[in-house]
Design a protein around this ligand. Structure first.
Ligand code: ADP
Ligand code: GLC
Length: 511
């Protein structure tokens, strides 16, 4: 059993802006279920404490890098049982707005400082200085907000091993020199072999340079980011670390995302009761203000409205298909211009285009359950979760052939294995071709049923991926010298240690 400190900037159901939150819940839980001793650290943003009963203060930190007292609060999330440590620093995190942006969609101007603090506190926990009876074997860091952790650990004697998972290489936490100085980091890190990045500095680069192992969230994305068109300037570094870089496909938490037991949908169904899906379609059409016509195919989209996701291409398709018998159910938020354009289209075609802007967990589930087709014309997609959810909901995915989308959807042309439609590249003509192929298959009842049944039978649970992370943890421990490379002597050591201590180590008691 390893002790793992999992550090993240979001975690469902506490706080979520995208897939990172889903993964920060489902992976630690999968590891917990395998018997690992996992503690997830994240900031105590406004409103998160209500998810626990009760929370226990386990440490108070006074330091020379933050004027106020920081409290560490530990508890288990009531609804999921995940073991959490909250970094409570109210002046930095208890704010109205999102984890990274204020209510006017502007980045908090002290983001570098806020997440550097998260990294410093993670390092204190990792070194056993806040909870002397709990020192992790591995620190699992996620995305740029945690990138300084491996760097800070490199300054310590006998640090735990570190893993850095890149969920999206396009978000790097890049800041200018005048932001670097107040963070009180070693001057030697202002160097191209450390944090310096084209005259600025990058949190993400710190994670890649200093961690024992680097992972990303699908095998194809692991290859793509080694090339200049998707590597966002870090492809050279990733090639340099290629033997320590792996792509581990994200898993799905089927206890939240399965139409058989989904608490957000009115009519549960599975492969045998697939006809009930139609009832969910009626519910969705009503909720989105669409004409109640069971025959019309509904195309669903749930997405951040960002360039990555190709939402501009969705808008173009709504125009191109405006005289065709299709309906659209779209949920998302982000770019204000995109939100306004979509709202204008919904006004222009009220019974064909349903749009809801903002964040709505329940509607995201109801779109998966009620739509016939799910469209993801992403320009790049490290993993993508919605296409995997769509498969389980019998909602046929039409996705670009990139990253995790290419790893999880099998094109209709592949006959007996097919589960959806792959778009060759993210441009309007190709997306139109992909949609037309799907719409024509929709007319062929037997083929459509086969596609849906096959999709529903796909299994992207965490079983295998969590095991792959455990193997990576071991490799990282061997890499940083904290674990013997020879499994036989390792086993011997574990037995000896167990005998000597006479007890198992436990996460700081959760109440
Ligand atoms: P990304 O993390 O790049 O946004 P993913 O496909 O990995 O993309 O994950 C997106 C997650 O966020 C999914 O769980 C999806 O259902 C959810 N999501 C995205 N936008 C919204 C929204 N507006 N309301 C509710 N859930 C959303
Ligand atoms: C990022 C990626 C997305 C991935 C998610 C979880 O937000 O954009 O593709 O599924 O992280 O790993």
């Amino acid at each position: 059993m390893s002790k793992v400190l999992f550090v993240t900037s979001e975690c469902w159901p506490l706080i979520k802006t995208g897939g990172l939150a889903d993964i920060s819940s489902s992976l630690p839980l999968a590891l917990q279920n395998k018997g690992e001793d996992v503690l997830t650290l994240l900031p105590a943003y406004r409103g998160v404490k209500k998810h626990f009963k009760p929370l226990r203060n386990i440490a108070t930190i006074n330091s020379d890098y933050f004027d106020e007292t920081i409290e560490l609060l530990v508890g288990s999330i009531s609804s999921t049982g995940q073991n959490i440590c909250l970094l409570d620093a109210p002046s930095l995190f208890d704010r109205e707005g999102g984890p990274y942006k204020d209510s006017h969609k502007q980045d908090w101007d002290d983001n570098a400082y806020r997440f550097a603090l998260l990294c410093r506190v993670a390092c204190e926990i990792a070194m056993g200085r806040t909870m002397p009876d709990w020192k992790p074997d591995v620190v699992h860091c996620n995305d740029w907000q945690t990138g300084l952790i491996p760097a800070l650990l490199s300054l310590e004697a006998n640090p735990p091993a570190s893993i850095f998972t890149i969920h999206n290489i396009a978000y790097q936490g890049i800041y200018m020199r005048h932001i670097f100085d107040p963070l009180k980091l070693p001057e030697s890190w202002w160097h191209y072999e450390a944090l310096e990045f084209h005259g600025n500095f990058s949190f993400l680069k710190g994670g890649i340079v200093f961690s024992n192992r680097v992972a990303t969230v699908s095998p194809t994305y692991a290859e793509e980011i080694k090339n200049s068109d998707k590597g966002c300037g870090l492809d050279g570094l990733l090639n340099f670390r290629a033997t320590e870089l792996s792509g581990i496909l994200n898993g799905v938490d089927y206890s939240s995302w399965d139409p058989k037991s989904d608490k957000y949908i009115k009519h549960p169904y599975d492969q045998r009761t697939l006809k009930n899906k139609r009832l969910n379609k009626t519910v969705l059409q009503k909720e989105m203000g669409l004409n109640n016509d069971g025959k019309l195919p509904v195309i669903g989209v749930v997405s951040r409205f960002a360039h990555q996701k190709g939402i501009d291409l969705v808008i173009e398709q709504i125009r191109r298909f405006s005289h065709e018998p299709v309906q659209w159910a779209i949920l998302g938020s982000g770019d204000t211009n995109i939100e306004e354009e979509l709202e204008a289209l919904a006004e222009q075609f009220p019974d064909k285009v349903g749009i809801k802007t903002g964040y709505d967990e329940g509607l995201a589930h109801r779109i998966e359950a009620g739509a016939d087709i799910f469209l993801m014309p992403s320009r790049y997609e490290p993993c993508g979760l919605n296409q995997m959810y769509s498969l389980r909901y019998g909602t046929v995915p039409v996705v670009c052939k990139t990253g995790g989308l290419a790893d999880t959807v099998i094109d209709a042309a592949d006959g007996a294995l097919a589960t959806g439609f792959l778009i060759a590249q993210a441009d309007a003509d190709e997306v139109e071709i992909g949609l037309k192929r799907a719409l024509s298959a929709y007319q062929n009842k037997a083929l459509w049923l086969k596609l849906r049944r096959r999709g529903m039978a796909q299994e992207f649970s965490w079983q295998e991926s969590a095991a792959a992370y455990l193997r990576l943890y071991e490799e990282a421990m061997v890499g940083n010298g904290s674990l013997d490379a020879n499994p036989a002597s390792r086993e011997e050591r574990v037995v000896k240690e167990a005998r000597a201590s006479g007890r198992k180590h436990q996460t700081p008691e959760m109440s």
